[in-house]
Design a protein around this ligand. Sequence first.
Ligand SMILES: [Zn+2]
Length: 190
Amino acid sequence: MECIVKGIVLGGVTYKDKDKILSVFSLEKGLISCKLIGVLKENAKLKAVKEPFCFAEFVLTGKNSNFYTIPSANIIDSFFDLTADYDKFAVACSVLEIVKKVAMEDNPNEALFIEMLKALKVLTYENVDENVVLMKFLISIFEAMGYALSLEKCACCAENFIGKRFFNLESGDIVCFSCKRPEMNIKPVI
Ligand SMILES: [Zn+2]
């Protein structure tokens, strides 16, 4: 049985020398594992498909031992220009990492898919502050998951924000300047 899904490659691991198992977040099926047979051979025709950020229409064939197989794919965008700007590339990698964590296997999540695609497009094609893109992405997916982030009060001391706000990437809280600690993994919020 064959089907076609739209998806983005989040990453992959080498399998049996010349094959690759890709982690793909698809619009239709959520997170899936897909085998690209022989893709590490020199003249493999689907070479470009194995790269992270590859946005494509994937043809999938029957699921065997947890993997689909990709016999062919039609690349829509590789987001290649991301590699030209290290800071934007790093944020784009964080977006993929976050999707890996929150996406569920064989469970579609249209809102997450759209937000991911939007973030990658803006990072690649628009002249914007990459931290703002990451913030917007996080806020939108937290909203979609039912968390309400308070943008008015510090999550730590509960005082109204006066100066800059800081987003704690690990806890998902927004804190004020006095509550931020050097050991926190934080991003400033505008
Ligand atoms: Zn505070």
